[in-house]
Design a protein around this ligand. Sequence first.
Ligand code: ADP
Length: 154
Amino acid sequence: FNKDKERPFQPTEILNLKVNDYKGHPIVVQKSSSVYDAIVQMFLEDVGTLYAVTSEGGLAGVISRKDLLRASIGNKNLEYLPVSVIMTRMPNIITVKPEEKLIQAARKLITNKIDSLPVVRELNSNPNLYEVIGRITKTTITKVFLEIAEQKFV
Ligand code: ADP
């Protein structure tokens, strides 16, 4: 790590990275969607977490792989079970704002033992109504870690 002294590693730069510059594309489903459709969507989009939204587009819930597995055990009618019944709901969703630091997002992921954070902004200045504009995952953080290790930061 940092054995060639030409490109010194500066930790302060890492502390300044913003969520907005690293956020990925969020995959959202309507909260009225079935668990069956959510499973299909998760495979098609190749993501580990889906965000459920209301018909107005506000963030309503988070659906993880294990939420879907749990719902599938002993439940035969996944086509008729809405994701709103099994998702983690607002106001219990841990979110991050685009202007927050990436290091803060990493801390939220670890502290709350979760894989992803929806990146949100307030809808109509309503403090409890959020629009999902991105996502930060453990993969996002791992990629930055690799960039640092490969000395792309100077
Ligand atoms: P998995 O359940 O597949 O291991 P996670 O560790 O991300 O995936 O999720 C663990 C639990 O936390 C799930 O019940 C999920 O709904 C919930 N969860 C995931 N992300 C968030 C979040 N950003 N805010 C609140 N709860 C979340």
